[in-house]
Design a protein around this ligand. Structure first.
Ligand code: NAG
Ligand code: NAG
Length: 313
């Protein structure tokens, strides 16, 4: 009688665990991608016009036909400055990044191209790793065929999830993109699963984690930047907020170590007060000057007019 009772409980616990893992596997895209922040709408709350930015709506088709929306924001109608392809962090849409992008334009004297990944903002479809990689390629292909920008000065900037997107795009396009900037990005979703759901740490993980990792093969969006970053030929700037409450700062350090082992033109800068989303604010002047000098040091590709910057600031 007693034995039957205990085995019932054990089966119960096993069943709950199996069901939870099953649900995690089935609904992982819902967990990994957050185009709509609870309490907000999927649509853009504002357009760049609200911030008096000069912009164009760009509609693209990804390679599998999904319709994508982007904003191309220009510093000036005839701007020949660098163009930064900005890949956003996970939650919300590109409109939520406009305040940062406005300052980016001013401080870096650049144009900014902002893509809504599939399922985000005004783009159709549903997010997936393969789909978003194709979307980012569609964005780059669009920029490459434009005649109003200096294509020798394309820089990719990715924050958090956007860093994973940008890293793959740079790896795949060594001759089209001049440099990469990564901010508070993670080594892989496999490692993040263990950070967010510690009970999974034994079953999911990257190369550095122990355990049988039997669930890895079920993860459809591993975003394993740690396996990509060593193959990137472009110079990389790592911007790491040491108070990141979401992605442990050790992830950025591991990515840097991997990249630097393969390419000397990598630079790592940390910001003691930087949190996951606000490093660009709390880093203050130092943050923007770091990016400016990274662009300046890679002048072979970029030709920022820093005298003009000094006049403005
Ligand atoms: C992504 O692009 C590849 C290569 O063009 C293609 O084989 C694949 O079907 C595409 N997948 C998605 C989801 O767009
Ligand atoms: C080993 C390697 O990939 N080196 C690359 C580092 O980056 C420069 C450009 O900054 C490339 O020219 C090298 O090939």
């Amino acid at each position: 009688m007693m034995e039957g009772y205990w085995s019932l409980i054990l089966y119960g616990i096993g069943g709950i665990l199996a069901t939870s893992v099953g649900l995690l596997v089935a609904f992982q895209e819902k967990l990994i991608y957050v185009p709509v922040v609870p309490g907000l709408t999927k649509s853009y709350p504002i357009t760049p016009a609200r911030l008096r930015l000069l912009y164009e709506d760009v509609w693209l088709r990804s390679s599998d036909g999904v319709k994508l929306h982007a904003w191309f924001i220009k510093l000036a109608p005839d701007s020949r400055g660098p163009t930064i392809v900005f890949f956003q962090e996970n939650a919300g849409n590109i409109a939520h990044r406009l305040e940062m992008v406005r300052i980016m334009l001013q401080r870096l004297q650049c144009n900014v191209f902002m893509l809504s990944y599939r399922g985000y903002g005004a783009s159709d479809g549903f997010p997936s790793q393969e789909g978003i990689i194709n979307d980012s390629q569609a964005a780059l292909d669009h920029l490459i065929q434009r005649t109003d920008i200096d294509k020798s000065r394309l820089v990719v900037f990715g924050r958090s999830l956007g860093g994973a997107v940008g890293a793959v795009l740079c790896k795949n396009n060594p001759d089209k993109i001049g440099a990469l900037i990564l901010e508070n990005t993670f080594t892989s979703i496999l490692d993040m699963a263990g950070v967010l759901l510690p009970f999974l740490r034994y079953f999911i993980g990257g190369s550095s984690s122990k355990g049988p990792k039997v669930l890895n093969r079920f993860v459809r969006s591993p975003w394993s930047t740690i396996d990509v970053v060593g193959q990137i030929k472009q110079p990389i700037l790592f911007l790491s907020g040491l108070r990141d409450e979401m992605v442990p700062p050790t992830h950025m350090q591991m990515l840097y170590a991997k990249a630097a082992a393969h390419n000397r033109s990598c630079q790592f800068v940390d910001f003691p007060n930087g949190m996951h989303m606000d490093t660009w604010i709390s880093g203050g002047d130092h943050y923007w000057r770091t990016i400016q000098s990274f662009l300046e040091e890679n002048r072979g590709v970029f030709n920022l007019d820093f005298n003009a910057l000094i006049i403005i600031y």
